[in-house]
Ligand binder design. Structure first.
Ligand code: HEC
Length: 207
């Protein structure tokens, strides 16, 4: 067989020629099959739905967020093994260093808290959690307390009945871990500057 181009070898079905000719090169009239075009048109018509769905609230709906959420759901199963965490200083300090615990907490945070506190805790309608100034917090253990009971007549909602107690402890540790990032915020620093968190000690307290 010759490696040279020949119309016969590239047109076994013998499609008719179109009247297009460019520099002597002819074009076969070989359109894509109807079923193929139909699938193509349907995908094009479906595109706006995906555009709106994924790009209107990208943080909550991205594939990464879905991954985080299902990972967190899986980790939540581990709460059974964790026992009920006590919201004391030791436990909070422990989980401020615990990668898995902080991952659960970040999913909780993005799902429930970031609308007010900002995606990175920088503050929107809620205060900036990355600086050293606090409104309702004087010591580390005040954080789970505020999360449980809320503050300012519900401006900060109470989460006691909406989150698992372990989720509250982990969210508190996560909030505490944001301190010191000092992210730029549209809000001025609120409240008073409090002493630094104590340094980490030993194992978490389990009831
Ligand atoms: C509807 C908005 C909103 C949501 C949702 C929200 N917060 Fe808040 N949060 C606030 C506001 C407003 C304050 C400040 C209250 C005040 O002025 O005393 C606050 C304060 C706090 C504080 C104390 C900060 C300080 O300086 O005293 C913590 C901790 C906190 N929120 C954690 C959370 C966590 C964790 C979640 C999610 C489980 C959450 N918040 C969800 C609005 C919100």
């Amino acid at each position: 067989m010759s490696a040279q181009y020949s119309p016969e070898s590239s047109n076994p079905g013998e499609a008719p020629l179109t009247d297009h000719a460019y520099d002597g090169i002819m074009e076969y009239d070989n359109p894509t099959p109807g079923w193929w075009s139909l699938i193509f048109i349907v995908t094009v018509l479906l595109t706006p739905m995906y555009l709106v769905y994924f790009h209107s609230r990208p943080d909550e709906r991205s594939i990464l967020a879905a991954y985080d959420a299902s990972r967190a759901a899986n980790l939540r199963l581990k709460f059974g093994k964790m026992g009920t965490l006590v919201a004391d200083e030791r436990t909070l300090l422990k989980f401020m260093q615990d990668e898995e615990g902080l991952a659960i907490a970040r999913a909780t945070f993005l799902g429930n808290c970031s609308t007010c506190h900002g995606k990175e805790g920088e503050g929107i309608t809620g205060p900036n959690m990355t600086d050293d100034s606090y409104l309702n917090v004087k010591t580390l253990t005040d954080i789970p307390q505020v999360i449980r009971l809320g503050a300012k007549a519900g401006a900060m909602p109470a989460w006691e009945n909406r989150l698992h107690p372990n989720e509250i402890v982990l969210a508190a540790a996560y909030m505490a871990s944001l301190r010191g990032k000092n992210l730029p915020s549209t809000r001025p620093a609120e409240g008073t500057v409090i002493p630094p968190w104590p340094t980490a000690t030993t194992a978490p307290t389990v009831k």
